[in-house]
Write a protein that binds this ligand. Structure first.
Ligand code: NDP
Ligand code: MG
Length: 403
């Protein structure tokens, strides 16, 4: 029998991290949990360590790491607790690790995921922000390090499943493919009137109609920035021009995306909206394993609807498309400004309808440059965060909306 695949899960306490552990626990003969990481959720990590007994547990926050080590003491003597952001890169490149699940939210996931690429790991990529902010560099490191890049994001995983046999992301434009049809649920505000939108609360934004996800991506889905980030993600993964990536609103979230071929064929991947399907697909690829997902009942689904996106009510999608065309660090700036604006909205310091304005103004104020080094990318990320934070403090609508 083959030795089990050693897995490191970056962002283990999050929505994707927990779904990954759920799939892994169904196949303990195939996978071994080598490392788990979190930012500061000690309770969450404690439960995971008790259940999965990793060799290493990383907490980025030093105090949280101390608390975890104290709580685990005597209980899980084989789990070593590490602290700090550097420890993320350390576990992502360990010899015992074959597979890295990149499921940290936001730019914080970039450096460890790059390290996994350099170390030639099998990378299961959920952390789309890493690709958006540093796509060219990331794809270069994947190729140079001999890593295998497998997309976990449900749409990109669906596309991967519809690609020609033996095709893997990063292998250039897939032969015979004319278009990518990227589906989007439309989020919780798909039918909300424009006049209502300034009053929308974080709770409403996080109540996604079809997917249960972390708070940041839930807000991204509500603004449709998520689909914008995914357009950029698709362009990098599949070497496609943005013009050949069509966004299609599909409220049922059953068709997870489609690949159109030059002979007129359109290959779609369908399934219930449950991240365990793309996660299991990537974990076992090229084989298939059971994922605990309910089989799709087409009679219960009943109908599949498709409609074009409304760029007027959802300008974030347009901003992402423009940033892709601007090239260089424009997508880095877009991503950073979005992270700041989304956090401000979640903290009730910014109205829902001000999110795009902060991003657009940040893009207008900063001059983008070649995204040719990690130093340059991190510098532009930091500048965009500073600029967007200042813009947030200048806005006053949120006070009226939430007071
Ligand atoms: P969550 O917010 O649920 O989880 C985020 C994870 O990242 C947690 O483990 C968190 O630790 C950790 N984390 C947060 N900040 C830092 C930091 N600064 N340094 C290190 N670790 C950190 O996010 P999701 O699981 O929803 O999303 C994860 C990624 O996957 C995102 O990039 C998202 O876009 C992508 N994705 C998610 C989908 C979903 O269904 N949720 C679908 C497709 C893509 P702690 O708990 O300690 O805060
Ligand atoms: Mg997605």
């Amino acid at each position: 029998m083959r030795a089990p695949q050693g897995v490191a899960i970056l962002g283990a306490t999050g929505s994707v991290g927990l779904s990954t552990l759920d799939v892994i626990a169904r196949h303990s003969e195939r996978f071994r949990v080598v490392a788990l990481t979190a930012n500061r959720d000690v309770e969450g990590m404690l439960a995971l360590c008790r259940r999965h007994r990793p060799d290493w547990a990383v907490m980025v926050d030093a105090e949280a790491a101390q608390r975890l080590a104290r709580e685990l003491h005597g209980e899980a003597p084989d789990t070593q607790v590490l602290a700090g952001a550097e420890a993320l890169s350390q576990v992502a490149s360990m010899e015992q690790v074959d597979t890295v699940m990149a499921a940290i939210v936001g730019a914080a996931g970039l450096l460890p995921t790059l390290e996994a690429a350099r170390s030639g790991k099998r990378i299961l990529l959920a952390n789309k922000e890493a690709l958006v902010m540093a796509g060219a560099l990331f794809m270069q490191e994947v190729a140079a390090g001999g890593a295998t890049l497998l997309p976990v994001d449900s749409e990109h995983n669906a596309l991967f499943q519809g690609m020609p046999a033996a095709y893997v992301p990063g292998a250039g434009r897939p032969e015979g493919v004319t278009r990518i049809l990227l589906t989007a649920s439309g989020g919780p505000f798909r039918t909300t009137a424009a006049e209502q939108m300034s009053k929308l609360s974080p709770e409403q934004a996080c109540a996604h109609p079809t997917w249960d996800m972390g708070r940041k991506i839930s807000v991204d889905s509500a603004t449709m920035m998520n689909k914008g980030l995914e357009v950029i993600e698709a362009c990098w993964l599949y070497t496609m021009p943005e013009e050949d990536v069509q966004v299609i609103i599909h409220p049922q979230s059953v068709v997870h995306s489609m690949v159109q071929y030059q002979d007129g064929s359109v290959l779609a991947q369908l399934g219930n909206p449950d991240m365990r399907t793309p996660i299991a697909h990537c974990l076992a690829w090229p084989q298939r394993i059971e994922a605990g997902v309910e089989p799709l009942d087409m009679f219960a689904v009943g109908r599949l609807d498709f409609e074009p996106p409304d760029l007027r009510r959802f300008p974030c999608l347009r901003l992402a498309q423009e940033a892709w065309h601007a090239g260089g660090t424009a997508a880095t700036i877009l991503n950073a400004a979005n992270e700041i604006a989304v956090q401000a909205f979640l903290d009730r310091r910014l109205a829902f309808t001000e999110i795009h304005g902060v991003i657009e103004a940040t893009l207008a104020q900063l001059v983008s440059a070649e995204a040719d080094s990690i130093e340059r990318i991190l510098e532009h990320d930091a500048r965009a965060r500073a600029c967007a934070s200042e813009l947030v403090s200048g806005r006053r609508t949120a006070q009226r909306v939430y007071s």
